[in-house]
Write a protein that binds this ligand. Sequence first.
Ligand code: PMV
Length: 315
Amino acid sequence: MKSIASAPAKIILFGEHFVVHGTKAILAAIDKRVTVTTTLTHTGTLKINSELGTLEIPISSSYKEAKSEFRPFIFLANKMINSNQNVNGLEIMIDSDIPIGVGLGSSSACCVAAAASISELFKELSSEEILNLSIEAEKTIFPDTSGADCTICTYGGMIEHPSIEKIDSTFDLNLLIANSMIPHSTKNSVEKVSKFKENNEERFSQLCDLENGLIDEVITAMKNNDATTFGLKMSENQKYLEEIQVSNDTLRDMISSLNEISLGSKITGAGDGGCVIALVKDENMDKAPALLPKDKECFSAKIDTKGVVRSTIEE
Ligand code: PMV
């Protein structure tokens, strides 16, 4: 038997890093996906195939000894196999069009799609159960995760975290994503921000309050169909991210170039590399590539409304 599930990539519109320390955030799922196919086999092994490599290990192996990129899949497989003793082997295939390690939620989308795909072979889970399972799986590589990324990859659309309230934008969000092509480590950036917090407790707490206030203003702006304020708030949020030191010269240059054609722009995700996003007017969309250095990639993103999608295929 074979089970297929897919989950979308994500962007963080507002609140990255501060969300780890308890503030609100606004996230959106975008139209890039990872698909995980899980097949029951009789090999006595767990086989994982992805663009990061192939791994084949005895079915009962622990995730703790594996390379970090394979851990969530082994963790999820172990969990399902432990409650279904008659499983002899599993093969997990990962196909993705989400760039890896650049803040678009590739690992969270993998965790959500894998939780859905593997569990579906044994038991139908609710979206909330898939979300909880995917967060547990993500914690095998990133124990401090806020869970915001897995949440948006599960539910899709645009949401406020942690309330999981859906946000309907009344204006068309013309989002441009530009990839600095500098890979980053979310774990390292989050640790760096925790150090900043330790050394600047009072200011960090002010910044958290400012971030919460900013997010309330963004929600009002969206209700009022006010794209101009939305863009200004993106740039204001970028100042907070600069202050906690997750930006760098490359990202600053990209942001300042994109500001020429946008209502606002900022880092999305952990920073220190990865991607920036800009709210760009329709007529300016084509101008972006010429403004960025040749080694950067950019594309426009549509909001994905579906979230995790499951289908079980009997063989
Ligand atoms: O760059 P990403 O996709 O790994 O984004 C991480 C977002 C953080 O707020 C920095 C961490 C988190 O767990 O929310």
